[in-house]
Design a protein around this ligand. Structure first.
Ligand SMILES: *Cc1c(COP(=O)(O)O)cnc(C)c1O
Length: 395
């Protein structure tokens, strides 16, 4: 009998021939500045653990205390019987932190984006979206069945032209951008986008997954960074990156949040966070306010690594944040670069199509507040050595 899934095997074999087949690296320690993967200790430049909070004693203690008091799981989706006081405490904490009326927490940032866009828009509506917006935004847009209008990366004038052309179109309009773009590390042009949205009566939404805990005062995100409080209707953030745990959230008006309680499908149809997750996230917001030096250390390290890579001769693209790509071009070469860096003691992810455009493959680094100068110097030395060997660096 023939196997109806045989085409999957054929595709996998093709990826192996292309050099783009990816074996999962297995983490055998905590996620930290140096971690153990596949039996090898390496400098970890591949996590989103910007502030080192995955292993922060306050987060770990809060998680353990929550398990002891409330158990391992929440038992249900939020709308049935799975709303715990810890969930509400966390949402109030985030709303206060972000200076908005209300907040709802989802199981992940992905669920927050996809669940929100698909809930608030329908087939008669229009979405104006940056071409490099995150996959979870794109999926949310598709699920909404609204008409999707994509503008060139960070091109405010192009976004505005689209909004202007929709003036008589009817339906609601949503203008949406990442706050920080995850593959290039550049910052979205929020002031211009906000103005365009206001001029054309569009809903303004920002996905701050990589800005939460990184940009703005105490890590409040891009809205705070640009001083746009009150002018962005929907702010999405993640609890999975700098916050160090797991989850996503949506901040906005009380009406928006209550509407999502009723219509956001991940909220209605998927179980809420275990108590340990909610409690650890709550502790993380205390840490953001009590230990601002972590964010300073993150930016100091980011500048140091970026300068070191650039002065070694690498092309670090258009990064403005701790996400620093090393541009390679060819996907197979980027993956080989990543593998050989690993053999020498650095974990940095090779990224190719379809995560980035064809010909724009890269090795992406994300430095953390917790990397020591010694670790960064060692990483830079390894990057140079392997870069020369693979002729990514000339001379
Ligand atoms: C990582 C990321 C997400 C998803 O966040 P999770 O909490 O990991 O699901 C959403 N948007 C952007 C821009 C991201 O980088």
């Amino acid at each position: 009998m023939s196997n109806p899934l045989a085409y999957l095997h054929d595709q996998l074999e093709q990826w192996k021939r292309d050099g783009t087949y990816q074996r999962l690296r297995v983490l055998e320690s905590a996620s930290a500045a140096e971690s153990r993967f596949d039996g090898k200790n390496v400098i970890n430049l591949a996590s989103n653990n910007y502030l080192g909070l995955t292993t922060h004693p306050k987060l770990c203690a809060a998680a353990i205390a929550a398990v002891n008091r409330y158990g391992a799981g929440s038992g249900a989706v939020r709308t049935i019987s799975g709303t715990m006081s810890l969930h509400l405490d966390l949402e109030r904490r985030i709303a206060t932190f972000k200076r908005v009326e209300a907040c709802v927490v989802f199981q992940s940032g992905f669920a927050a984006n996809a669940g929100t866009v698909s809930a608030i828009l329908g087939p008669d509506d229009h979405i104006v979206s940056d071409e490099l917006n995150h996959a979870s935004i794109i999926d949310g847009c598709r699920l909404s069945r609204a008409k999707i209008h994509v503008f060139a990366h960070k091109d405010v004038a192009a976004a505005e032209r689209i909004l202007a052309s929709l003036a008589g179109a009817g339906g609601k309009k949503l203008l949406i951008s990442d706050g920080v773009f995850s593959m290039d590390g550049d910052i979205g042009p929020l002031p211009g986008l906000v103005e365009a949205a206001e001029k054309h009566g569009a809903i303004m939404m920002v996905d701050d997954a990589h800005a939460s805990g990184v940009l703005g005062r105490n890590g409040r995100g891009t809205v705070d960074h640009f001083g746009l409080h009150g002018r962005v209707h929907i702010q999405v953030g993640t609890l999975s990156k700098a916050i160090g745990v797991l989850g996503g959230y949506v901040c906005g008006s009380r009406d928006l949040i209550e509407f999502l309680y009723h219509r956001a499908r991940p909220f209605l149809f998927s179980t809420s966070h275990p108590p340990a997750v909610a409690a650890a996230c709550l502790a993380a917001f205390d840490v953001l306010e009590e230990e601002p030096e972590r964010i300073e250390a993150l930016w100091t390290n980011a500048r140091y690594l970026k300068q070191g890579l650039a002065s070694a001769g690498f092309d670090t693209g258009i990064s403005e944040t701790p996400i620093t790509p090393v541009m390679v071009g060819d996907a197979a070469l980027a993956h080989r670069f990543s593998r050989e860096l690993f053999e020498e003691g650095v974990l940095a992810t090779g990224i190719g199509f379809p995560t980035v455009a064809q010909g724009k493959a890269r090795v992406r680094t994300i430095v953390a507040a917790t990397h020591t100068r010694g670790e960064l110097d060692r990483a830079l030395e390894i990057f140079s050595r392997v870069g020369k060997r693979l002729e990514i660096l000339r001379g």
